[in-house]
Design a protein around this ligand. Structure first.
Ligand code: PEP
Ligand code: MG
Length: 587
């Protein structure tokens, strides 16, 4: 038995058989074959291409059934690539020059990919990821190596990886996968966000994980204690089985009893809404009793498809979500690609400081307008609001407003309906926006503070880098001062201010943010029952005093120590929440 430590990003426990995920392509050498083998080699390759095509079609049908069409259609392009007669012909020609099937195939694929690699327009480059995927799959089948996508993770498995790119993370199936552990990733990395959204126990940033694993053993992901246990003893397995049962029972009772209104003891109403990445999460939003969606991260739609969806595809998804949630609001955030959510072909040296979100969309106006029109059209079917991420300068607000105006005119021209009063807001997640919030407030209907990025940019600490996770702390007084400033500026301009970063899903965070005066908290759906319990048992006046004091401390450790002590003293019944773990998905 080996016990490894990491960063727990959700507080539950999972157990299953190790499933190693590696996106590394198989090693390949230029191998020559004897001339007499040419025909059998050609037949071998043709058979593998056919069987791989069948494997992909089965996979696609399975994903379609289990996760829905938005996840399944990216495989279409891979299936088409394999069934292209020109590919087979080129492969056969290469083999006739006495190359092995593996080498002949990768040489043929390199020819197909060449124009894409040379393409100036990045849009073509997204096809490269599919070509790489399908190439790896065929080569692995030719070499009889195990498969490499997370969609292949079997029932009751625990996924172990160095890192998982967002395009793979979206394929995690919570019905099959019992846990997740990686060597890379912090508390607010997008792997962490998805694991929480899917309610999969996860421990990230586990050093030397892959060196210690042989691939066949049982693994426990203990995200309560931040441990990964490889090959646990029988005794430990039975203890964990009991803990998993107890946890499920506790959780059920908590969720059942937590659907009352989110009103404080001194009668202040706080809006609790949900952060979602996939429309399939709307069921959870309703089950946990959220008052709507405060953040719909639409970039996952792009990542699951691995291409830019059309206006019609987006309209269908947004309007369906708006109808389901009506009369509650849904805040649709425009594409936030970049940072750690990079489409293949768009790699940069400093992605978090680079071509991210609106910066990317300003250079791709056609993609931006497709999304704006789709969101506007969806607003005719429910309570839709639009939100723009990564705003760092007032000129960007003016520019998105001009584009919105253009999108409205285009729709009016085609007699298409939309809500002409649709609210428009921005995420305040870059320090410059927080500092200029008083000026920006005049141009928007609301602010939503993104504490994940605001913390990362204020403290110059990469949110996904476990080496400096010690520095990444949203209770840092510098971050708290900015939050206080944004709330003050918003209220002065009579607009509402929410928080949609992970801080809103922590017990201390909920209390502190209410004390600082926020109007809305948006969080991963499973955190809602606990947040509601806290809200119903506190007084805003008392929290205001505590929050004002907290902001005056000099270090995050002092702030946390003070909040724990003061809040648990004041609210005995909630002490277990304030003194316990940070995350409140799992009371
Ligand atoms: C944030 O930055 O706090 C936020 C909510 O957005 P994301 O996590 O998607 O960057
Ligand atoms: Mg952000």
């Amino acid at each position: 038995m080996i016990i490894l430590r990491g960063i727990a990003v959700s507080d539950s426990i999972g157990m299953g058989k190790a499933f190693l995920f590696s996106s590394k392509p198989p090693e390949l050498r230029r191998v020559r074959i004897p001339e007499k083998n040419i025909q059998t080699e050609q037949e071998r390759l043709e058979a593998i291409l056919t069987s791989t095509g069948k494997e992909l079609a089965e996979l696609q049908a399975g994903i379609y059934k289990s996760l829905g069409p938005e996840f399944a259609d990216f495989l279409e392009m891979q299936i088409q690539t394999l069934s292209d007669p020109a590919l087979l012909e080129t492969c056969k020609r290469n083999i006739s020059e006495a190359y092995s099937a593996e080498y002949a195939f990768s040489k043929a694929v390199a020819e197909i990919a060449k124009p894409l690699l040379d393409a100036k327009d990045g849009l073509f480059k997204e096809r490269l990821a599919d070509i790489e995927d399908v190439t790896n799959r065929v080569l692995r089948n030719l070499l009889s190596l195990p498969s490499v996508s997370i969609i292949d993770a079997p029932s009751d498995s625990v996924v172990l990886a160095h890192n998982i790119p967002p395009s793979e993370v979206v394929l995690l199936d919570s019905r099959r996968v019992r846990g997740l552990a990686t060597e890379i990733g912090g508390r607010t990395s997008h792997v962490a966000i998805i694991a929480k959204a899917l309610e999969i126990p996860a421990v990230l940033g586990v050093e030397h994980l892959l060196e210690k694993i042989n691939g066949e053993e049982q693994v426990v992901v203990d995200a309560q204690r931040g441990q990964v246990i490889l090959a646990p003893t029988e005794r430990r397995i039975s203890t964990y089985r009991q803990e998993i049962r107890d946890y499920a029972a506790r959780r059920k009772s908590f969720v059942d009893s937590a659907k009352q209104a989110a009103i404080t003891l001194d009668e202040r109403k706080i809006d609790i809404s949900a952060n979602i990445e996939f429309t399939s999460e709307i069921d959870a939003v309703q089950r946990y009793g959220a008052q709507g969606v405060g953040l719909f991260r639409t970039e996952y739609l792009f990542l699951t498809k691995r291409r830019f969806p059309t206006e019609e595809e987006q309209y269908a998804i947004y309007s369906e979500a708006a109808k389901k949630l009506k009369p509650h609001p849904i805040i649709i955030r425009t594409l936030d690609l970049g940072g750690d959510k990079i489409l293949p072909g768009y790699e940069e040296a400093n992605p978090f400081l680079g071509w991210r979100a609106v910066r990317f969309l300003f250079d791709h106006e056609d993609i931006f307008l497709d999304q704006l029109r789709a969101i506007l059209r969806a607003s005719a079917h429910g309570n839709v609001k639009i939100m723009f991420p990564m705003i760092s300068d007032l000129s960007e607000i003016k520019r998105v407003k001009l584009l919105l105006k253009r999108a409205r005119e285009q729709l009016t021209h085609k007699s298409q309906k939309f809500d002409s009063e649709m609210e428009m807001g921005i995420m305040v997640e870059v320090p410059s926006a927080a500092l200029m919030a008083d000026r920006m407030a005049k141009y928007v209907d609301f602010f939503s503070i993104g504490t994940n990025d605001l913390t990362q940019y204020t403290l110059a600490a990469d949110r996904g880098n476990e080496r400096i996770s010690r520095l990444f702390n949203h209770y840092h007084p510098a971050v708290l001062q900015l939050i206080r400033r944004v709330i003050g500026a918003g209220h002065k301009a009579h607009i509402w201010v929410g928080v949609c970063g992970e801080m809103a899903a922590e017990s201390l965070g909920v209390a502190l943010l209410i004390g600082l005066g926020v109007d809305e908290l948006s969080m991963t759906p499973c955190a809602i029952p606990v947040a509601r319990k806290i809200i119903r048992n506190v007084k805003v006046e008392e929290l205001r005093r505590i929050a004002n004091r907290a902001v005056e401390y000099s270090t995050p450790v002092e702030v946390i120590r003070y909040l724990r002590r003061e809040l648990s003293r004041k609210y005995h019944d909630l002490a277990v929440l304030f003194l316990g773990s940070k995350d409140i998905c799992y009371p």
